[in-house]
Structure formats: C-alpha cells, structure tokens
Design a binder for this molecule. Structure first.
Ligand code: NZQ
Ligand code: ZN
Length: 386
C-alpha cells in the first residue's frame, strides 16, 4: 500500500427532517450567503425549510447557479459576497451549486488576481483562505458534499476544469434523502453513474496490496447494483434513496483512494465532452468509461479480473472475464437508461476525437494511473464510442 495523508473535516448530518438542524450548525450571528441553482429548491420545499431554520440570521441570497457552474455567474456571487461582508456560505442544491459556492468561498478572500487563477491552479488556496461553507445536498452524485473538490465551467472559452483545496471542505453537509424525491429520473440516473465511475477511477488501476480499500470500493459498486434500478422508481422509496445518497458520498469522500493509485482519465475526457457538447456530467462519463477500460485492459488486467469476479461473480479465463465484466457494467448503465455511446447523443465520435486530441496536445495532457494515455490514444478511445 502507498503512503497517504487523510484529512476530512466535514460533519455529516444524515436523515429525514435534518434541515432544521441548520440552526445548530450555522455560526450564530454570521452573515450568510445562501447559494442555490435554477429554482428546484423553491418547487420542492427545501428553500422554505432552509429559510425557516435560518429565521434568526441575516441571509443574502444568490440564485441562478447553473448545472456545470459558469465562472461568469460565480464572479457575480463573489462581488456580492464582498459587498455584503459575508461570513458564512450555505450552498443548497446539487454538485454544481456546491462546487460553485466553493469557488465563491475562496474567491471572496482572493484579492491579488482573478478567481479564475484558483481554477487554473495558478493560485493555491491554503487552509483558512476561504469563507467557511456548509451545504444542504439535494442530488446524490458528486461527493462534493464531503470533499475539497470543485469543477468550474467557463462557457465563454468552452472550458471545464477541476480544482481542489482543503480550505473548501464543507464544515457540515446535511443529507436528507427526502430532498431527492423531486429529482427527474434522468438526474437520478446521472448521479448513480457518476458515483459508480468515481469508484472505478479509484479502483480499476493496478494492485498495490490494499484489500480493505478494494473491498470498500467493491461494496459501493455492489450497493449501486443492488439499489440502482429501484432508485429510479416512483414513488421514491426512502430506504433506497437513503442508501444511494450515502453510497454516492462514500464514492468520493476520498477514503477508498487512500494508499492506492488513481486514474481519473474518464473524468478528464468527460469534462471536455461537456465543455464542447454540453453533455451532463454522468452522461459524459458513461460514453467514455467502457471504451477506456477496454482500450486499457492489459494495463488494468488484474483489477478488471478482480472486478469481474467479485462484483459480477464471473469465473473462467482471464480475457473472457475482462470482456464480460466491461459488458456487464455497460449493461447496468443501459438498464438505468444511460446510453454508453457518443452516437446515442448524436455526437460524431470522429469529430469529438479530433477536437479533444487537439486540445490535449496543446496542453501536453497525459492521462491515467501511469500518466501514459496520450492524446492520440484518447482519440482512439473516443472513436470506439459508437
Ligand atoms: O439548478 P436547480 O434548479 O437546483 O436544478 C438542478 C439541475 O438542473 C437539478 N436538481 C438538483 N437537485 C434537485 C434537482 N431537481 C429536482 N429536485 C432536486 N432535489 O438537477 C440539475 C443538475 O444539477 P447539478 O448540480 O448540475 O448535478 P450534479 O450534482 O450531478 O453536479 C454536476 C457537477 O458536479 C461536477 C460536475 O463536473 C458538474 O459540474 N462534479 C463535481 C465533483 C466534485 N466536486 O467532487 C466530482 C464530480 O466528478 C463532478 O465532476
Ligand atoms: Zn464525477
């Protein structure tokens, strides 16, 4: 097992009727910036629950953070936060709202340049250099409620980049599974696939003798297999949604990544597909992962065999187990009504391959757990997505 440091300061408050606990979690007397998205929280009652709980606080609202949060929107929130002397940020919504709020939290306190420097990594944000932030999560998917990551899009330049800092771990996250009842089916589907791919990016690499992390990763995958289809059903079942929410958080609170190699190639390619073609995050991953695993099957062979044996109960010859494991995974995505080919979204794989290869060449990007997937190979992977 590799050396590691594990830091995770987020307090999780989980379960029904927990939004009212905001009154015990938000620092007393703090001036709060409440960030939210396009209005789902006003339609499903979450907004009212939050406002009731914060009745004694001075709350400034910032709504309109879009899916794949846009940098130009977030700079407005940063200006507002500075103008109002904001001391605490509460993000209420899905991954986009929370990721956006993380940039706002760091941007308010960054005075030596543009907040975009934070996204590009030119400005490293150290502990204490962001306004403290709490969240009320309404979409199980990203894990952002219990990590220090944030992914920001910039539509003006068709870019989408991740950044991370220990300073933007939420101090608390409220996870009330009933807030997910209003999600449209495709958002639940996107969330399940996102969580699944998070696990795969931290698991399907090469063995380093980490039986505990491997079995924790497999436990999340098996849980998603067990509950995935039921989670799409209406009316929603509380236990299923509760287990989905906790599984998605555990898929990216970084515990399963400790001491093991990580891949993240699928995410890097997926972010470009979102930037160029507007695919939802989960969709962008599902059209890449099966093809990437097949393309990289020799380097990932031992873990893919383990995946096939332990997650799907496959037996038999090595190459056949690998082939079947990837096919079973795609079939699971398809049962969730998630397409696994670019052509299913009317995107030309050859065009996508060319555009993304050119961009990665320009940036000198190398991907995968060995940093050896070249832009040329990324293009090969994308061309397989048909
Ligand atoms: O904006 P509103 O009106 O709230 O509607 C949202 C949005 O349209 C809606 N929604 C959320 N909760 C709802 C709801 N609708 C009804 N009922 C509810 N309870 O769902 C739509 C999508 O929301 P969004 O926040 O964009 O989805 P998600 O949580 O999947 O977040 C995606 C973003 O997170 C990034 C992605 O790249 C993408 O930008 N990621 C962040 C990560 C992280 N910080 O660790 C890791 C991930 O790999 C991912 O890259
Ligand atoms: Zn993701």
């Amino acid at each position: 097992m590799n050396n590691f440091v594990y830091y995770n300061p987020t307090r999780i408050v989980f379960g029904k009727d927990t939004i009212k606990k905001l009154s015990q979690l938000v620092p007393e007397g703090a001036k709060v910036l409440m960030c939210y998205g396009g209005g789902s929280i006003k339609r499903n009652g979450v907004y009212d629950q939050v406002m009731d709980a914060l009745a004694g606080w001075q709350v400034v609202e910032f709504g309109g953070i879009e899916p794949n949060p846009d940098y130009d929107t977030l700079t407005k929130a940063i200006d507002l936060g500075r103008e109002k002397g904001i001391e605490f940020i509460l993000a209420v919504g899905g991954g986009s709202v929370i990721d956006g709020a993380k940039l706002v939290a760091a941007g308010i306190r960054y005075h030596h340049g543009e907040a975009w420097d934070i996204v590009t990594g030119d400005k490293k944000v150290h502990l204490g250099e962001a306004v403290p932030l709490g969240t009320v999560l309404t979409l199980p998917a990203t894990g952002t409620e219990m990590n220090g990551n944030s992914v920001i899009s910039r539509r003006a330049t068709e870019e989408k980049h991740p950044w991370a800092s220990e300073a933007v771990y939420p101090v608390f996250s409220i996870l009330d599974p009933t807030t997910t009842y209003s999600l449209p089916e495709h958002q639940v589907r996107n969330g399940i696939v996102d969580a699944y791919v998070h696990v795969m990016e931290q698991y399907a690499t090469y063995p380093v003798n980490s039986p505990l992390q491997d079995r924790q990763a497999e436990a999340i995958l098996l849980t998603l297999h067990e509950i995935g289809e039921k989670a799409l059903e209406t009316p929603p079942d509380y236990e299923t949604r509760a287990n989905l929410m906790w599984a998605a958080t555990n898929a990216l609170n970084k515990l399963i990544a400790k001491g093991v190699p990580e891949d993240w190639a699928t995410h890097s390619i997926g972010h470009e597909l979102t930037a160029f073609y507007g695919l939802a995050h989960g969709e962008s991953l599902a059209v890449v992962l099966p093809h990437l695993l097949w393309h990289q099957r020799e380097k990932k062979a031992e873990k893919l065999v383990q995946f096939g044996q332990r997650v799907f109960g496959l037996t038999g010859e090595r190459d056949e187990v690998i082939r079947q494991a990837i096919a079973e995974m795609s079939a699971f995505f398809n049962r969730l009504k998630m397409p696994t080919k670019l052509t299913d979204f009317q995107i030309d794989p050859h065009e996508a391959a060319e555009r993304i290869q050119a961009r990665f060449e320009e940036r000198g990007t190398l991907l995968g757990e060995h940093d050896d997937i070249t832009p040329q190979e990324v293009a090969e992977i994308l061309r397989m997505s048909q």
